[in-house]
Design a protein around this ligand. Structure first.
Ligand SMILES: *[C@@H]1O[C@H](CO)[C@@H](O)[C@H](O)[C@H]1NC(C)=O
Ligand SMILES: *[C@@H]1O[C@H](CO)[C@@H](O)[C@H](O)[C@H]1NC(C)=O
Ligand SMILES: *[C@@H]1O[C@H](CO)[C@@H](O)[C@H](O)[C@H]1NC(C)=O
Ligand SMILES: *[C@@H]1O[C@H](CO)[C@@H](O)[C@H](O)[C@H]1NC(C)=O
Ligand SMILES: *[C@@H]1O[C@H](CO)[C@@H](O)[C@H](O)[C@H]1NC(C)=O
Length: 521
């Protein structure tokens, strides 16, 4: 894909760029499914939550063979919410599903959420003491593409500006699926969503110079988006690709993750190419252009095999060469940010290969759970080629260790980033956010009700296909996972320091490796 920059007038009258995330392009490249697995016909109504969904652990009965037929002791029944597009197209009104039991009373208990959920507490900390007021939310409108109001479990939309491609569409779709999965369980709230890559709520503009956090006029506007960094206070939320990226044929994560997991079984780590692989669009960021220099030539071999992804060409050829599941062929895979975070990260980590992670500047909702040398190998940003060369040499000389870094990353992805947890993250983030509300949102005349029917009934092509494939069929039969407590500040800082010191350790190995190389020559 090109680095297409589209300028639009926002509601505020400012021109602002709508840009696709370069990162994605990488991601995209990465995948397309490999095998003929593609031939597998997914029925449109694939009951995704049945598959991914809460596996009922045990019925809650305390004694075995207790035949007391009380509901609470029976495993809950899976309810399917009907989709009737004939009805919708006749009435043009969203159906009222309130008669559908939410399973609230009978849901099975669940596990504790993955550790990265603890960042939810941190991300909402700016509003912990003040709560969230209408004024704060209104201020976040400046750059938002839309506002979603949730009232009594229903969603209402106010649209402010056009987002790039279908990222806004699949984001809203994902939120509707959350409402189907946990009906009636979210408090009333409203939130502004900005679909552009880069975070914009600069921390330095708030609490400037003091711990002013009780002063509501000095509190940042709460703004949701896909990534943030250490200088910003934007609230991170799962990106659209979990429900599909129609433009580049990246399937919903539920389906794609299964295909990738199957694909990994085809080649053991040892039988993969002993080099570092990257494929993506270099034109979106200087750091990616810099990575191109590490490609193998007649004269040098940095152990890197680097390819450009041409999305326009790919779309013409049916995405045969961008199949993500067929890109797990090397022992090492490079992850490098584009203009901001990249959706490619989960696909790279899912490969069973060692992820060589070029020092990132942005985080999304799950990447703060990654630990260097456990889940990935850190690569220096300003000395990429030598850093990659050393990483590959080290891994080929320490095959067991390298293999287990690859395995730990894919375990993380398949266990802690399965769709159940993506929904639970959204649930806990939005519940905690909603609890901070100091007002009850109301509907303006611009607000329209958003429902599965209004999004999918008149949809077309791959967009509609991905929606049908990622549709949650009905209320979950398990509870959301249990939120872990906030970090206590000393242990949070200790964790961050530990990560930093691992990275420094690798850096010092690298230095001594190159020192030795230089003294040999
Ligand atoms: C439990 O109840 C069912 C149906 O009422 C019956 O068929 C079954 O034999 C009972 N099981 C036990 C262990 O009592
Ligand atoms: C869908 O709605 C139409 C129109 O109200 C109705 O005739 C039809 O029976 C419904 N189909 C199902 C499967 O409920
Ligand atoms: C749907 O439309 C029909 C015909 O206009 C009407 O009789 C019915 O009450 C409507 N149902 C709902 C739920 O709005
Ligand atoms: C809150 O902060 C604003 C801007 O920094 C300042 O003008 C105002 O006086 C403060 N109010 C209180 C009650 O401290
Ligand atoms: C990197 O080198 C390989 C092998 O020579 C070549 O096929 C590929 O096109 C190169 N990649 C780029 C981005 O130039």
């Amino acid at each position: 894909m090109r680095d297409t920059k589209i300028l639009v007038f926002g509601q505020d009258g400012f021109l602002r760029p709508l840009m696709k995330s370069p990162a994605r392009s990488t991601a995209v490249l990465l995948f397309t499914m490999i095998f003929i697995f593609g031939a597998l016909v997914y029925t449109l109504l694939l009951p995704s939550h049945l598959i991914s969904g809460g596996t009922p652990s045990k019925p809650i009965a305390t004694t075995k063979n207790n035949n007391d037929s009380k509901m609470s002791k029976m495993p809950p029944k899976q309810i399917e919410i009907p989709l009737n597009c004939t009805f919708y197209n006749l009435n043009k009104t969203c159906p009222n599903h309130q008669e559908i039991p939410s399973n609230n009373q009978h849901r099975l208990p669940s596990s504790t959420c993955p550790d990265y959920f603890r960042w939810i507490h941190e991300d909402l900390r700016p509003w912990a003491h003040t709560g969230i007021t209408k004024d704060m939310v209104d201020k976040a409108r400046k750059t938002a593409a839309f506002k979603l109001v949730i009232l009594k479990g229903k969603a209402y939309l106010e649209t402010y500006s056009k987002a790039f491609q279908t990222r806004d569409v699949f984001t809203k779709w994902g939120i509707l699926q959350l409402l189907r999965r946990y009906p009636g369980m979210l408090p009333d709230m409203e939130f502004m969503f900005d679909c552009v890559d880069w975070p914009v709520i600069l921390a330095e503009h708030y609490y400037g110079g003091g711990s002013n956090s009780n002063n509501a006029t000095n509190v940042p506007p709460p703004l949701f988006r896909y990534c943030a960094n250490d200088a910003t206070l934007d609230i991170v939320f799962p990106d659209w690709s979990f429900w599909g990226w129609a433009e580049v044929n990246i399937k919903p994560w539920e389906i794609l993750s299964k295909e990738m997991k199957e694909g990994n079984k085809k080649t053991t780590w040892l039988n993969r190419e002993p080099y570092a692989y990257w494929k993506g669009n270099p034109d979106v960021a200087d750091t990616r252009k810099d990575l191109m220099k590490c490609n193998v030539t007649d004269k040098q071999d940095w152990n890197a095999r680097i390819y450009k992804q041409d999305w326009i060409q790919e779309s013409k050829e049916g995405y045969k060469k961008s199949n993500l599941a067929s890109q797990c062929t090397h022992r090492y895979k490079v992850y490098i940010e584009g203009s901001a975070w990249s959706v490619s990260e989960k696909y790279i980590l899912a490969c069973d290969s060692v992820t060589l992670l070029v020092k990132p500047h942005y985080y999304d909702f799950f990447t703060r759970g990654l630990i260097p040398m456990k889940h990935y190998w850190p690569i220096k940003e300003d000395d990429k080629c030598r850093s990659i060369k050393f990483a590959v040499e080290w891994g080929n000389a320490h095959q067991n260790e390298a293999n287990s870094i690859g395995k730990a990353a894919s375990d993380f992805i398949y266990d802690e980033l399965k769709m159940d947890y993506v929904y639970d993250y959204m649930f806990h983030l939005l519940s905690s956010y909603g609890k901070l509300f100091r007002y009850t949102p109301s509907l303006s005349s611009e607000a329209v009700e958003l429902c599965v029917e209004s999004m999918v009934c008149n949809g077309k092509g791959r967009e509609k296909q991905f929606m049908m494939e990622s549709m949650v069929k009905g209320p979950a039969i398990t509870n959301p996972c249990t939120m872990p407590p906030p970090f206590d500040p000393p242990s949070l800082h200790a964790n961050l320091r530990r990560k930093e010191s691992v990275i420094q350790q690798v850096d010092s190995w690298e230095k001594s490796y190159w020192g030795n190389q230089n003294s040999k020559s």
